[in-house]
Write a protein that binds this ligand. Structure first.
Ligand SMILES: [Zn+2]
Length: 342
């Protein structure tokens, strides 16, 4: 089907009250495990690549593989830059062909966060790429080994969130509502009232980072309150590692291919379970065509099951028709206009 941005998918999730899982990829085992899970349960899926993982994954190298898999997947796939911390990283992701970017200036003063995010929105939207941004601060370290506890002083302020969304034009808002990256110190305590309030005031899909360690019931409640995208990685990484350790301890002649295969299978099983809890399993069959392609539309399970299936020839929902060179050219022109203050 090819890569799609998050706009239509999150809109579909909104209409049907579910959340789409965003799972981080650092190598092909993660990618394949995640996509196998999505196809098995007919769920849209977001592939995250975080800037903090750039030392493990070379995005220019892995992006072609992700695009190839997305072209051949029977579910909608988003490739999202997770926590892009600089303008340069966003441009690099756009040049690679990411279909969604998260720009994170949440640690900067509000005015600066608004100003920088607005520029990223202007640039990304010009090439059909959706934008997520954060206000308030989600604590802990992404994929980190240490535990962390959410601090109320960093929770998202509803009035600031309303202004942030209105002034930046972002498509999804990452919120701090008791969630932290990495492992939780004690039991996570999500502020569901705050989630509902943020949803009411901003009116756009909300994103919950730090999904590892949150209970199934809390996930379901958070989705009810307006969470539409859930980032999940630390637990995935730990479960795959535990399985590899187990294999090494129980089988003396285990080699790398066996370990990698088991890691991939573990990732697939964990992701599949999360998709069931997030409510995105079988979402591809729900009314409201979320199929993004023209050419493969006719064989797409989403279109086949929608009330009014569209033949490939009439499907207008195409992925960005721009080539990488065209995207680079547009980005360059937008950047030079921004620099000149036009
Ligand atoms: Zn995050």
């Amino acid at each position: 089907m090819g890569l799609v941005n998050t706009i239509e998918l999150l809109d579909h999730a909104e209409k049907h009250s579910y959340a789409i899982g965003a799972f981080n990829v650092i190598n092909l085992e993660f990618l394949n495990g995640i996509l196998e899970a999505a196809e098995t349960v007919h769920s849209p899926v977001i592939i995250n690549i975080a800037e903090v993982h750039f030392s493990y994954v070379y995005i220019e190298q892995i992006t072609p593989a992700i695009k190839y898999m997305a072209e051949n997947a029977r579910v909608p796939v988003v490739l999202n830059l997770d926590h892009g911390m600089s303008f340069e990283t966003v441009v690099r992701a756009l040049r690679c062909g990411f279909s969604s970017v998260m720009y994170d200036a949440s640690k900067k003063p509000l005015e600066q966060n608004i100003e920088e995010t607005r520029l990223v929105v202007k640039m990304a939207h010009s090439v059909g790429v959706s934008v997520e941004a954060e206000i308030g601060q989600v604590g802990g370290a992404e994929g980190g080994r240490k535990t962390a506890r959410a601090r109320k002083e960093f929770f998202t302020n509803p009035e600031e969130a309303e202004r942030f969304v209105a002034e930046t034009g972002i498509d999804a808002l990452a919120v701090s509502v008791g969630n932290v990256h990495g492992f939780y110190e004690g039991e996570p305590e999500l502020d569901f009232e705050l989630i509902s309030e943020l949803k009411r005031l901003t009116g756009i899909p909300l994103v919950l980072h730090g999904g590892s360690g949150i209970s199934d019931d809390d996930f379901r409640q958070a989705v009810k309150c307006g969470i539409r995208k859930i980032n999940f990685f630390t637990e995935l990484s730990k479960m795959a590692t535990d399985r590899m350790k187990e294999l090494l301890e129980t089988s003396g002649d285990t080699l790398i291919p066996d370990l990698l295969k088991e890691a991939k299978n573990t990732i697939r099983n964990v992701v599949r379970g999360r998709m069931e809890v997030f409510g995105s399993a079988q979402a591809c069959s729900l009314p409201g065509n979320i199929c993004p392609t023209g050419g493969s539309c006719v064989t797409c399970s989403v279109c086949e099951s929608s009330p009014e299936p569209k033949p490939a020839s009439s499907c207008q929902k195409k992925t960005s028709p721009l080539s990488n060179d065209e995207i680079t050219d547009i980005v360059s022109r937008v950047v030079s206009r921004i620099i000149k203050g036009v």
